[in-house]
Design a protein around this ligand. Structure first.
Ligand SMILES: [Zn+2]
Length: 100
C-alpha cells in the first residue's frame, strides 16, 4: 500500500475531527479505573467504592472540557451577537414609533 504523506495527513485530520465530534456528543465515558462497576478490589482483596469516579462509574473523557469550552466560546459569542442585534433592532423600531 503506497503511503502518500498528504493522504496520511488527511486521514489524521479526519480522525481528529471524528474524535472531537465524539467528544462533543459523548463527553462522559466509563470510568477507566473500575470500568463502570462503581467498586474496585484492593490489593488485600477487600472491595471498596472507586475513588476515581466516587462510585458513579462515570468519568469525563480526556479533552472533553477543552472541546466543550471551545465550542461554547464560539457559539456563545454568535448567540450574544445575535441578541445584541435583536435588541438594537427593537430599540430602533421603538424610536421610530412603529411596532416590530
Ligand atoms: Zn470508577
Amino acid at each position: 500500500m503506497p503511503t502518500d504523506p498528504i493522504t496520511t495527513i488527511l486521514i489524521a485530520l479526519a480522525a481528529l475531527v471524528l474524535w472531537v465530534m465524539s467528544l462533543l456528543r459523548h463527553p462522559i465515558g466509563t470510568c477507566p479505573r473500575c470500568k463502570g462497576a462503581h467498586i474496585v478490589q484492593t490489593r488485600l482483596g477487600r472491595v471498596r467504592t472507586c475513588k476515581k469516579c466516587a462510585g458513579t462509574g462515570l468519568h469525563r473523557r480526556r479533552g472533553a472540557t477543552t472541546v466543550h469550552g471551545l465550542y461554547w466560546t464560539l457559539t456563545g459569542n454568535r448567540q450574544r451577537q445575535q441578541r445584541r442585534e435583536d435588541i438594537a433592532r427593537r430599540l430602533d423600531a421603538r424610536r421610530t414609533g412603529d411596532r416590530p
